[in-house]
Design a protein around this ligand. Structure first.
Ligand SMILES: [Zn+2]
Length: 290
């Protein structure tokens, strides 16, 4: 039997590849195509007669390879290359045994009328109340915010060093903002295990701190070379670092520096927004009742 034969048997397609569902009364059975074999799945409370039925068909039905029934999840896996007739017989048989049973919601575990729901890239059997609840309150993952911010700060040292050592190339250094944005965003996401609003803004702040680290390196070098050129006397990096605060208090100097930062920040924000849109698209939990 081929995957498309499921449609002729009355199964309907789902958004998930190789997953189909079949409904008879209140009972819903999901079929998963697993290479050349099939799995029949449903959610129903454990009962003695169900257990003995599952044990029996493994031994007596030549097309059944394996069955199990755990936490209300009932699964029957067929052998490879099962014929359409044998599969239909198995399905009819299962409905016959499940007669009088009710599906159990996979979330609240109550015997209720359930719907086939596509959520978080999986197919679930959920009651109306639970699908409504999960639609409005998608579970929010706990993030390791502190670790994430450390990640941003550490990753951001790479563009900071570039900023520090290549600053003399002029305004074009602001393009490093793209790299700052990427390291800041990804540093948080990787270390925190995800991204949320708090992480978005705080890691951006970490990135800006990294930019300032780069700026301090750049200024220390440029003060040193400026002094050495004008006074014709070698000034150490430490000495030039010491005059940095005085240098920064000059509003004209600060104005030039902040202009560089302004362009870099625009790029950082742009990269953050794009990265976040991609992240949200990949991690949204569309809940679709079929
Ligand atoms: Zn429920």
């Amino acid at each position: 039997m081929k995957e498309k034969d499921l449609l002729t048997l009355g199964f309907k397609e789902t958004p998930k590849k190789h997953f189909y569902y079949h409904q008879q009364g209140d009972m819903i059975i999901i079929a998963e195509v697993m290479g050349q074999s099939f799995a029949l799945l449903t959610s129903v409370a454990k009962r003695k007669e169900l257990s003995s039925y599952l044990d029996r068909i493994v031994i007596h039905n030549p097309v059944v390879k394996r069955t199990y029934h755990q936490d209300s999840e009932l699964v029957i896996i067929t052998k490879k290359n099962v014929s359409v007739e044998a599969f239909k017989e198995l399905l009819d048989n299962l409905y016959e045994v499940l007669k009088g049973c009710k599906c159990e919601c996979r979330h609240c575990h109550q015997e209720k009328r359930v719907n086939v729901v596509y959520m978080d890239r999986s197919i679930e059997l959920l009651c109306d109340d639970c699908s409504q609840l999960l639609k409005t309150n998608p579970s929010v993952k706990e993030l390791r915010v502190g670790l994430g911010l450390m990640g941003s700060l550490i990753f951001g040292l790479i563009p900071a060093l570039i900023w520090g050592f290549f600053n003399q190339i002029g305004m074009i250094i602001s393009l490093t903002g793209i790299l700052f944005g990427l390291t800041g965003y990804l540093g948080f996401r990787i270390f925190a295990g995800g991204m949320n609003r708090k992480g978005f803004w705080l890691s951006m702040l970490m990135t800006y701190i990294d930019l300032w680290i780069g700026e301090i390196i750049a200024l220390t070098f440029s003060i040193q070379s400026a002094y050495t050129a004008s006074v014709e006397q070698h000034v150490t990096l430490l000495e030039s670092f010491r005059v940095l605060p005085a240098f920064l208090s000059d509003s004209e100097v600060l104005g030039v520096i902040l202009a560089y930062h302004f362009y870099a920040l625009i790029l950082i924000i742009t990269v953050y927004v794009i990265a976040h849109l991609i992240y949200k698209r990949r991690h949204s939990r569309p809940l679709e009742t079929l």
